[in-house]
Design a binder for this molecule. Structure first.
Ligand SMILES: NC(=O)c1ccc[n+]([C@@H]2O[C@H](COP(=O)([O-])OP(=O)(O)OC[C@H]3O[C@@H](n4cnc5c(N)ncnc54)[C@H](O)[C@@H]3O)[C@@H](O)[C@H]2O)c1
Length: 420
């Protein structure tokens, strides 16, 4: 039997109970087709004393309560909650609840505005230039991508560039808005300087993410959502919170810009290496990608750019980030885009793997697998140490902590515990 289509298209032939396990394991149809092995597998991956599951509803209420206490209007808080929860659901823990404190500080210190709507400064056919008016990044990003979608409907493409924005979270959120309309979407942002360009001992670039999402058939899609560094900065924060003392080569550098494997050194004055790592392994291409995103965002948008962007987690000045949002209607070009893309993705997935235990994936597949797992567990799974920082936030803002459950494979009753 050949695996075709999106991994989650296996749904009709698999029970919800064992779906996520099978989407992580190639050739699932050949073996392991029973719940017992699914549970054994889950117990192997997770440790009862360390892992918890939190429902999206609990998470949303927590984010809304915190943002309200900080002074944010409900509409803005809801837009932020959407993106933070989606990040964790997709497995990008770097940009989910892990980042809540940053948005709260921006609102509390008034480094970011809480009133108003973004303004269109210039508009010509399929393009627009927007002032984000220093509002929360998701508020600006949603406004701009919705405008790009509207223009794509009218002209075939919508290209919107913003200045005056703030941290917008995962770029994928905005590309997904276009995808949900049957369009291809792209999103980019500049960020605070945390990257050593190849050969530099100074940080002058952001981890400037790139996302491109395009529709296949039956809800399947190509979904590339990545930092232009080897990993997002937040991923190093998360692995360090989860207890790692060593990170893979090519991720980070010490304060002098030399590669280090110690996450604490990266997080304490060090920084990131561009995608590809050091020069010998192609890091200069990552440097080029970081700069390309900056051209589309800060240089084109007239916002702060490069080393002029405020330092990460400082609030004395507005972030004034530049962002770029593109929506494209594939029907404007050769007919049959979705079928061709689907065939392309399927043939890639069906390539003979190097290792029989690891099938070839297409961008977006790891996230689909993670979402299937969360659906199966009826919430988002976290390692407790990942969320400890939220206790301090909750008590400072006088907001009730969310309830969490132990993994249901370990306990028959859903204990409402928050024992971080
Ligand atoms: N707002 C910001 O300032 C900012 C900055 C940097 C990154 N980010 C966000 O951080 C998130 C994480 O970025 P990252 O670069 O660490 O992500 P990542 O390295 O985990 O994944 C990057 C991409 O690679 C794909 N992928 C992963 N494994 C694969 C495999 N084996 N085969 C094929 N494709 C595979 C994923 O589907 C994803 O599209 C992204 O959502 C990004 O938008 C945001």
């Amino acid at each position: 039997m050949i695996v075709t289509g999106a991994l989650y298209q296996c749904k009709p032939v698999l029970s919800r109970q064992n779906l996520w396990f099978f989407v992580r394991v190639p050739y699932w149809h050949r073996a392991y087709d029973n719940l017992t092995i699914f549970i054994m597998r889950i117990k192997k991956i997770f440790n009862e004393s360390e892992e918890i599951v939190v429902s999206k509803k609990e998470l949303r209420q927590f984010v809304l309560n915190c943002m309200k206490a900080a002074g944010s209007p409900a509409d803005h808080a809801n837009q932020l909650a959407d993106i933070l929860i989606t990040s964790d659901y997709r497995g990008h823990y770097s940009h989910g609840l892990n980042r809540l404190g940053v948005y709260i500080t921006d609102v509390e210190t008034k480094a970011c505005s809480v009133e108003g709507t973004p303004e269109i400064l210039k508009e010509k056919g399929s393009t627009a230039w927007v002032d984000g008016c220093n509002l929360l990044g998701p508020v600006v990003g949603n406004f701009c991508m919705d405008l790009a979608i509207k223009k794509a409907r009218e002209f075939g493409i919508g290209w919107v560039v913003a200045k005056g924005s703030n941290h917008f979270g995962i770029a994928g959120w905005y590309a997904m808005r276009a995808l949900n309309e049957g369009l291809a979407g792209m999103a980019f942002t500049n960020t605070s300087p945390c990257v050593f360009p190849t050969r530099s001992s100074e940080k002058s670039l952001g981890s400037n993410p790139i996302c491109m999402a395009a529709p296949g058939n039956h809800g399947d899609s190509f979904f590339l959502d990545m930092a232009s560094t080897t990993v997002a900065y937040g991923k190093i924060e998360v692995v360090e919170k989860r207890g790692a003392t060593k990170i893979p080569a090519g991720w980070g550098a010490n304060p002098e810009g030399r590669e280090t494997r110690d996450p604490k050194v990266v997080l304490n004055g060090g920084g990131l290496l561009p995608l590809g790592g050091q020069e010998a392994s192609g890091g200069y291409k990552g440097t080029g990608l970081c700069m390309m995103v900056e051209i589309l965002c800060g240089i084109m948008g007239g916002s702060a750019y490069g080393a002029n962007i405020r330092q990460w987690k400082t609030t004395e000045t507005a972030a004034d980030l530049g962002q770029c949002f593109v929506a494209i209607d594939p029907d404007c070009f050769a007919p049959g885009f979705n079928d061709r893309l689907q065939g392309f993705m399927d043939s890639t997935r069906n390539l003979k793997p190097l290792d029989a235990n690891e099938s070839v994936l297409v961008a977006g597949d790891p996230e689909r697998s993670h979402m299937a797992m969360c659906d199966d567990l009826d919430g988002i799974v976290y390692k407790k140490t990942q969320l400890v920082h939220l206790n301090e936030l909750a008590s400072r803002l006088d907001v009730p902590m969310f309830k969490a459950k132990t993994l249901s494979v370990f306990a028959s009753d859903d204990k409402n515990v928050m024992d971080l």
